[in-house]
Design a protein around this ligand. Structure first.
Ligand SMILES: [Cu+2]
Ligand SMILES: [Zn+2]
Length: 207
């Protein structure tokens, strides 16, 4: 191989490598309503544990993400928490609560977010709170994986039903989805103590 052909080959392969590595960019202007592959809004919650109003230092990073692809489309929830510290194979109720107020820890975030004035239920019921997310399933290793999915189709990341600035709460017990017949089944699913919570905030765009 001559030096010239070797140089040509080198130039070609490095060009190909750069071309392959370069991200595919979609040109957008203003709000991304015409590009279904990018959410119009991303939001996230950094979950924290409290004892009363005192913040308890937690071991891992616990973030849950929310995406919305169009102004009126349902919100997709996604997340993974490795090493939750919760019992393996356990179920925990989780909800969007009304206020983004952690002044008194998870106690000051108010009741379930319920702009329609309905009673507590399962996320797939007609009668439910907009903030009802059902149960989280902790796996046999104590980890949590939430595949990207729509859990409750009544919430939004914009407009009058926006959950931005409200709180996400994970409870000690399982949510009975309003069907347990306990005094608080129809208000909170009898899911017990509030273990962790955080405020839902707007995240920056991807780039
Ligand atoms: Cu709750
Ligand atoms: Zn509820």
């Amino acid at each position: 191989m001559t030096i010239f052909s070797a140089l040509c080959l080198f130039a070609f392969t490095s060009f190909a490598a750069i071309a392959l590595a370069a991200p595919i960019r979609i040109e957008t202007r203003g709000i991304h309503t015409t590009t279904p592959h990018r959410p119009i809004r991303r939001a996230g919650v950094f979950l924290r544990s409290f004892k009363g109003s005192e913040l308890v230092p937690s071991a891992g990073e616990a973030v849950i993400y929310f995406y919305q692809y169009r102004e009126n489309s349902p919100v997709i929830v996604k997340g993974e928490i490795i090493g939750t510290g919760l019992a393996p194979n356990s179920q925990h109720g989780w909800h969007i609560h009304e206020f983004g107020d952690l002044f008194n820890g998870c106690a000051s975030v108010g009741p379930h977010y319920n702009p329609e004035g309905q009673h507590h239920g399962a996320p797939w019921d007609h009668q439910k709170h907009a903030g009802d997310l059902g149960n989280l399933n902790i796996d046999m290793y104590g980890d949590l994986y939430i595949e990207p999915k729509v859990i409750n189709d009544r919430v939004s990341l914009n407009g009058p039903n926006s959950i931005i600035g409200r709180a996400l709460v994970i409870h000690l017990g399982a949510d009975d989805l309003g069907k347990g017949g306990k005094p608080d089944s129809l208000t909170s699913g009898a899911s017990g103590e509030r273990l962790a919570c955080g405020i839902i905030g707007v995240l920056p765009d991807y780039d």
